[in-house]
Design a protein around this ligand. Structure first.
Ligand code: A1LUD
Ligand code: HCS
Ligand code: ZN
Length: 327
C-alpha cells in the first residue's frame, strides 16, 4: 500500500498537521447538484447513470470537487457519505437490501479513492444518528435519547467501512448529543476495529447542541480511562461556527490536554432544516490564518472546513498550516 497507517503516521510525525478537505455537500450544491433531499449529498450516487455513464455530469462535478480540494492542498479527504446510512438510503431511495447498499458504498469509496489517488488518506464519513431527522444542529433526539439503538443505526455502514482497505480513518461527524457520544465511546475494538475520530457539533455558546458542557464531555471520556478504544485517534469539532471555533477548541484542549484534536468549522452561516438552505449569520471576524494558529496551539492534528467552505478556504488553511506547524 502506498500509504502508511494513519495511526502510525500521526504518532511518528508529532509536528505534522494534516490539511483536510472542505464542505463537500455544500460544494456539490455550489456546483449545481440539488442536495435538498432526504439523503442530502448522497443524491448523485443514487442514479444509475452516475456509475454507467463515465461522462455523466454529476460524475464530473464530484471529480472536479475532489480535484480542486487536492489542488488547494488537502492531504486527507472524505467520502461523500454523510447521509448514506442504511436507514436514510433504504427509506428514501430504490436501494432496499443490505446487499445493494454494500454495492453502493463500495462504489462510492472506490470512486473517491480513484479521484484522490493512492497517496492521500481517505476518511469514511458517517453522519450522526440525527442527520436523518435533521437534528445535528439542535441535538434534539427526542424524549429518550439514551434508549436509541445507535449501534443498529450505524452497523451496516460500519460493517462496510471497517472492511474496506481504501479507507484509512472513519469519521463520526457532527455528533450533537451526549448519549450518542457515550454509545460510540462504549464500542470496543471488536466493533470499531480501525482508526476513527469523533467530530462534535457544538453551539456558538460553547455547549454541545444538546446542552451538555465540554466538562461533561471530558468527564465522560475520563470516566472510561484506559478502557478507551485505542482506535480513537482524535476528538474535535465540525460544522461549528467559524467565529466561535477557536474558543471551542481551546475549551476542549483545556479539559483534555493530551487528546489530539481535529477542527473543521463551517462558514458561520446557519442551516434552515426545513427549507434546506443556508442563512446568513455573523460575518467572519477572524482569518483562517488566525484560527488555524489557535487550533494548532490547542493540539489540532487535522484541520479543514465543513459546510459552506470551499477550495479557496482550504488554500488559506494550507498556507496557515505551513506557517504554524512543523510539517
Ligand atoms: C450538515 S447538514 C447541512 C446535512 C443535511 C441535513 N441533515 C438534512 O437532511 O437536510
Ligand atoms: N462531511 C460532510 C459534513 C456535513 S456536516 C460534508 O462535508 O458535506
Ligand atoms: Zn457541515
Amino acid at each position: 500500500m502506498a500509504r502508511p497507517s494513519i495511526k502510525e503516521y500521526l504518532a511518528s510525525n508529532p509536528g505534522k498537521v494534516l490539511v483536510l478537505d472542505g464542505g463537500q455537500g455544500t460544494e456539490l450544491e455550489n456546483r449545481g447538484i440539488d442536495v435538498a433531499n432526504p439523503v442530502w449529498s448522497t443524491v448523485p450516487f443514487i442514479s444509475d447513470s452516475f456509475w454507467s455513464d463515465q461522462s455523466s455530469k454529476d460524475r464530473q462535478i464530484v471529480k472536479g470537487m475532489f480535484n480542486d480540494f487536492l489542488a488547494a492542498g488537502a492531504e486527507i479527504l472524505m467520502t461523500t457519505t454523510y447521509q448514506t446510512s442504511f436507514k436514510s438510503v433504504s427509506e428514501n431511495t430504490p436501494i432496499k437490501t443490505v446487499e445493494e447498499y454494500n454495492v453502493l458504498l463500495n462504489h462510492i469509496v472506490q470512486f473517491s479513492r480513484d479521484c484522490i489517488g493512492e497517496e492521500k488518506f481517505l476518511i469514511g464519513c458517517i453522519g450522526p444518528w440525527g442527520a436523518h431527522v435533521c437534528a445535528e444542529f439542535n441535538g434534539d433526539y427526542g424524549e429518550h435519547p439514551e434508549k436509541i439503538d445507535y449501534y443498529n443505526y450505524f452497523k451496516p455502514q460500519l460493517d462496510n467501512f471497517f472492511q474496506n482497505d481504501n479507507l484509512d480513518l472513519i469519521a463520526f461527524e457532527t455528533i450533537p448529543n451526549i448519549h450518542e457520544l457515550r454509545a460510540i465511546l462504549s464500542w470496543d475494538e471488536s466493533i470499531l476495529s480501525k482508526p476513527f475520530y469523533i467530530g462534535l457539533s457544538v453551539h456558538e455558546n460553547g455547549l454541545l447542541r444538546d446542552g451538555s458542557t465540554m466538562i461533561d464531555v471530558a468527564e465522560l471520556i475520563k470516566s472510561i480511562g484506559d478502557k478507551i478504544n485505542p482506535n480513537l485517534l482524535l476528538l474535535g469539532i465540525n460544522c461549528v461556527s467559524f467565529n466561535h471555533s477557536a474558543d471551542i477548541m481551546e475549551s476542549i484542549h483545556k479539559q483534555l490536554p493530551n487528546m489530539p484534536l481535529i477542527a473543521y468549522p463551517n462558514s458561520g452561516e446557519v442551516y434552515d432544516t426545513v427549507k434546506k438552505i443556508w442563512l446568513p449569520n455573523s460575518h467572519p471576524t477572524f482569518t483562517w490564518d488566525a484560527v488555524v494558529k489557535r487550533y494548532i496551539e490547542a493540539g489540532a492534528r487535522i484541520i479543514g472546513g465543513c459546510c459552506r467552505t470551499s477550495p479557496d478556504d482550504i488554500k488559506q488553511i494550507t498556507n496557515a498550516v505551513k506557517k504554524y506547524s512543523n510539517n
